[in-house]
Ligand binder design. Structure first.
Ligand code: C5P
Length: 207
């Protein structure tokens, strides 16, 4: 079974997806980490991102390994974050990574998190959640998490949202059959409970 969790940056996707996976005993797939690792590898080697994406050796888990090297922190710097949304705009990069992601979730129970899980990677996912939160709340959370400056984060976030949602990238829209969850006023536990309820319902329907 696949639970797809999509939504823009800062809506709590990673925290929510990790926690849901833990509660249900599913495996967590962070597709953003794959795009980030490709951006980092392309920057380091100077090779075209599409070529890097095709051959990249990424291991996901508690740590993110790029050709065996622990890049868990290196892929989360503001520079790599900014570069990633450019790299992810390349259709050839997306094609290569989506193929890998489809293969990963083909078997077993997964909580997959990203932008295009419910639409492209796992269109048949049993549960599709689209997380939202106001831009101010998203920036506030990021500032708290990273210790960065709120105004700068809010501005960078607006730029990234813009790049992530340009017209030819409708992949970032909520899947028509997803359940929107506005996390602005909710605690983490409330969000997890809502998703867990959706999973129980999906299992009942599937049974
Ligand atoms: O989720 P995260 O912030 O780690 O994603 C980093 C970037 O990777 C996003 O801003 C987006 O450009 C890209 N991404 C994507 N498709 C996904 C996941 C992430 O294009 N499924």
């Amino acid at each position: 079974m696949v639970i797809a969790i999509d939504g823009p940056a800062g809506t709590g996707k990673s925290t929510v997806a990790r926690a849901v996976a833990e509660r249900l005993g599913f495996t967590y797939l962070d597709t953003g980490a794959m795009y980030r690792a490709v951006a980092l590898a392309a920057d380091r080697t100077g090779r075209p991102p599409a070529e890097v994406a095709e051959h990249v050796d990424i291991e996901l888990g508690a740590h993110v390994l790029l050709a065996g090297e622990d890049v868990t922190e290196a892929i989360r710097t503001p520079e790599v974050t900014a570069a990633t949304s450019h790299v992810a705009a390349d259709p050839a990069v997306r094609q290569a990574l989506v193929a890998k992601q489809k293969a990963i979730v083909a078997d077993g129970d997964w909580v997959a998190e990203g932008r295009d899980i419910g639409t492209v990677v796992a269109p048949d996912a049993a549960v599709k959640v689209f997380l939202t939160a106001t831009p101010e709340e998203r920036a506030k959370r990021r500032a708290k998490q990273t210790g960065g400056e709120y105004e700068t984060i809010l501005r960078d976030q607006a730029e990234r949202d813009e790049r992530d949602s340009t017209a030819d990238r409708a992949i970032f829209e909520a899947p028509a059959d997803s359940v929107p969850v506005d996390t602005t006023e909710l605690t983490l536990d409330q969000v997890i409970d809502q998703i867990a309820t959706l999973v129980v319902e999906a299992k009942e329907i599937g049974a």
